[in-house]
Every structure is written in C-alpha cells, then in structure tokens.
Design a protein around this ligand. Structure first.
Ligand code: ZN
Length: 161
C-alpha cells in the first residue's frame, strides 16, 4: 500500500537543520502517525512521502516556503504587560501560549521586555530554516471514515473527541 491521500502513515523521523544539528526526532518514542493529504504535516514532507511505502527510507531537504515558512516581520508584536496576568515572571526566551482568531493555540517567544510592554515573536521557531528529514515509513493503512472526516489520524487505542 502506498502513501496517498486518506492513508494513515506511521513514520519514524529525524529532523536536522542546515548545520546538521538534530532538532527533533521520534527515535526511542512512538511513531508519528498522520493522515496524508490533510495538511497534518508540513507541505514539503507530505509531497516527499507521497507514493512511498512501508519499509521505505526517505531523505529530503525542504526549503522554508514548503516547511514552516519564512520569518515574517509582522509576526513580531508588542503587547502590554497587563495582558499577561497570571504569569508571575516573564523572561527573554520564554515561550508563551497564545491563540489565533479561530482559537487555535500557537506559541510565541518573548524577545524583548520592559516595565510596560513585552515584545513577542510568533514566527515558528523553525521559520526560515531549511529542514533535512530522514524518514522511515513504518506502516501505511487505510484511514477510517471517522479519521477522514476529522482530518487527522487516531491512535490505535481510540480517542475521546
Ligand atoms: Zn479525531
């Protein structure tokens, strides 16, 4: 069975940046499962894995445009400190959870602060990076109807939403 739209893929992966540092890896953890064709993973990786099958090893380098995007200046914003009630101490480099208009969570990083305001950067930490993936395809299966309608893979033990 090949990786095509509406297949659930289980993979192991290692992600390196341009200098060869490992940024992320599933090694020693559970496989990462995703539903192909639904934007569960970055576009460049979805394209690279299309048509591969169980047992395949895929090595691919992905430009920022097909990865986490380019760094955007307007993703850097100043917010008043009063907007951060409930957080005792804010430090540079700290990551804060925020929400977009649709209520989807995203993480911003504090890059500057003074007594009144805090400057946060909502760029994905990997924005602007070329991503080097080593993927091994562990399994490919048909998605359940429920998974297709939800637009994501469900784990073997079922789930609760
Ligand atoms: Zn679901």
């Amino acid at each position: 069975m090949k990786v095509t739209k509406d297949k659930v893929v289980s993979m192991h992966y290692t992600l390196k940046n341009d200098t060869g540092d490992v940024i992320d890896s599933s090694e020693g953890k559970e496989t990462m499962d995703f539903l192909q064709g639904h934007g569960n993973i970055i576009p460049g990786l979805e394209t690279a894995l299309e048509g591969s099958k169980k047992g395949d090893k895929v090595e691919v380098s992905i430009e920022p445009e097909e990865g986490y995007g380019l760094k955007m200046d307007d993703a850097i914003q100043e917010i008043p400190r009063t907007a951060l009630q409930g957080i005792d101490e804010v430090t540079i480099g700290m990551q804060l959870q925020s929400q977009d208009q649709d209520g989807n969570p995203f993480v911003v990083t504090v890059i500057k602060l003074d007594d009144e305001k805090i400057t946060v950067d909502a760029n994905h930490p990997l924005a602007g990076e070329t991503l080097h993936f080593s993927v091994s395809i562990e399994d490919v299966r048909d998605a359940l109807e429920e998974e297709v309608s939800h637009g994501h893979a469900h784990s073997a033990g079922g789930h609760s939403h």
